[in-house]
Structures are given as C-alpha cells and as structure tokens.
Write a protein that binds this ligand. Structure first.
Ligand SMILES: NC(=O)c1ccc[n+]([C@@H]2O[C@H](COP(=O)([O-])OP(=O)(O)OC[C@H]3O[C@@H](n4cnc5c(N)ncnc54)[C@H](O)[C@@H]3O)[C@@H](O)[C@H]2O)c1
Length: 245
C-alpha cells in the first residue's frame, strides 16, 4: 500500500516549484492529483508528465482569487474522482519593496492571491473534506509569516494571516475529521525568487544553501498522510535554520 492510495488531492499553484513537486510526490505515492493554476499550458504539461509515468493527474484552470472558480474546481474534482481528501493551498505571489513605496494595488493583489485564496479554498472544499472522513489541508505560509525582513509588507502580512487562519480553522474542524496545518518554507530554489541574488539568500541561511522544492513537498506530504494523524493547527518550519536564531 502507498500512502495516498484511493485519495484525491487538489494542489493550487501546481504548475511550478513547490506545488509541482508536491503534486508529483502525491501521485508517485498512489494519489490522484488535480493541479490547479493559471499557467494553463505548463500546468497541463505537469499533469501529462505525471500520467506518462503511471500516475493519475488532471489539470484545471483556477485563479485562486475567484470564489466561483473555487466552487467549480472542487465540483469538477468530486465529479471526476468521487471525493476530495487533501487540499494544498500553495499558490502565492510576493511584493519586494519597502512600505513607503508599496501601492494599495500591490497590497490588494498580494493579499488576494496569497491570503484570501486560502480562505476561499477552505470554504469551498470544506464539505467535501469533511465527507472524506480523513481530510487534510496544508496551507503554505512562509518563514516570512513568522519573522519580518524589513520589506515586502503585503507578503509578510498575508503569510502571517495564513498562519492564524490555519489555526482557527483547525480548531473549528478538529472533530470534523479534517486536519489543518501550515508549512513555513525558507528560501527555496523556485521561479518565485526571480532576480533576487541567490548568494545573499544562501549567506543568510544557516545551512548555507537554498532549499529544494522536493524538501518542502516531503513535509507537505507528511502532513497530508496518516503519519501526521494527530497533527492539527501546527506550524511546520522547513528553512535550513533561518528562524532558529
Ligand atoms: N520559493 C520560496 O523561497 C518560498 C519561500 C516561502 C514560501 N513560499 C511559498 O510557496 C508557495 C509556492 O511558491 P513557489 O516557490 O513554488 O513559487 P512558483 O512561482 O514556482 O509557483 C507559484 C505558482 O502559483 C501560481 N499562481 C500565481 N498566482 C495564481 C493565481 N492567482 N491562481 C492560481 N495560481 C496562481 C503560479 O502560476 C505558479 O505556478 C507560495 O505560496 C510561496 O509564497 C516560497
């Protein structure tokens, strides 16, 4: 038996980086995966790659800021696979500037994609996850949801909000058969880092390297599985030691 045999997962931001690694790992361990993203071609290619290597995956277009899009994505998942057991709220974007020059437009966009999406996702998937009887939600926050950096006010505020939205939902669903946890990555080598000087990030990380998407996927899949059966409302840091100091 594999850990996710017979289980169905929906992974947002599954076309790239941490989401892609998570979708691939869940499928490799027997689960069916719905990859939800706005990068349609790339996302569909990830689903095809998984299917080509013997896994079960579908791509669905979902802008995580769109409430109706969420209802449709959950409905099509349940139509196709008959259930939903695992929700990975992973899609996110960041801002990079100091508060003085951050516009309200930037603030609203980052909060919509990174924070409101998590609220919409849990709201839309709640009934299906409760029906699963063994539901698990993993919300991807950040080490920047725990500590500040001096810039990126919208990103820090949104990721901090995800941390507590996770805890309050975990308590609300504690007797409903749905566990809810947050994961807090450090600097991980994915496209979200953009033009940032990687050497600066490496220098700031006690382990002296960037993390890999697969190392975050390992924590996410642990929390999704029965190995984490007594874990709910927790915050799981995977940051090469950054927040330990
Ligand atoms: N890479 C890091 O250093 C790092 C550190 C801490 C937290 N995180 C978090 O991990 C998560 C995944 O990031 P990543 O590093 O894999 O980055 P990434 O840029 O590789 O992947 C993000 C994915 O989200 C998708 N996305 C963006 N806006 C969307 C929307 N409105 N609707 C649906 N999908 C959307 C993108 O198309 C992309 O496929 C994010 O929440 C990010 O904040 C990343």
């Amino acid at each position: 038996m594999s850990r996710f045999d017979g289980r169905v997962a929906l992974v947002t931001g599954g076309a790239s980086g941490i989401g892609k690694a998570t979708a691939t790992r869940i499928a490799a361990e027997g689960g069916s995966v719905v990859i939800a993203d706005v990068q349609d071609e790339v996302g569909a290619a990830v689903a095809s790659e998984i299917e080509a290597s013997g896994g079960s995956a579908t791509y669905v277009h979902l802008d995580v800021t769109d409430e109706k899009g969420w209802t449709d994505a959950v409905a099509s998942t349940v139509d196709q696979y008959g259930r939903l057991d695992i929700l990975v709220n992973n899609a996110g974007i960041g801002d990079t500037e100091p508060i003085e020059v951050t516009t309200v437009d930037t603030w609203n966009k980052v909060v919509a994609v990174t924070q409101t999406s998590v609220f919409l996702g849990m709201k839309a998937a709640g009934d299906a996850l409760k029906k699963s009887g063994n539901g698990s939600v993993i919300n991807i926050s950040s080490m920047y949801g725990i500590v500040g950096s001096g810039v990126s006010p919208a990103y820090h505020a949104a990721k901090g909000a995800v941390r507590l939205l996770t805890k309050t939902t975990a308590l609300g669903w504690a007797k409903e058969g749905v566990r809810v946890n947050s994961v807090h990555p450090g600097y991980i080598d994915t496209p979200i880092l953009g033009e940032t000087d990687r050497n600066l990030l490496i220098g700031a990380t006690p382990m002296g390297r960037l993390g890999k998407a697969e190392e975050i996927a390992a924590m996410i899949t642990f929390l999704a599985s029965d190995d984490a059966a007594f874990a709910t409302g927790g915050e799981f840091v995977v940051d090469g030691g950054y927040t330990a100091g």
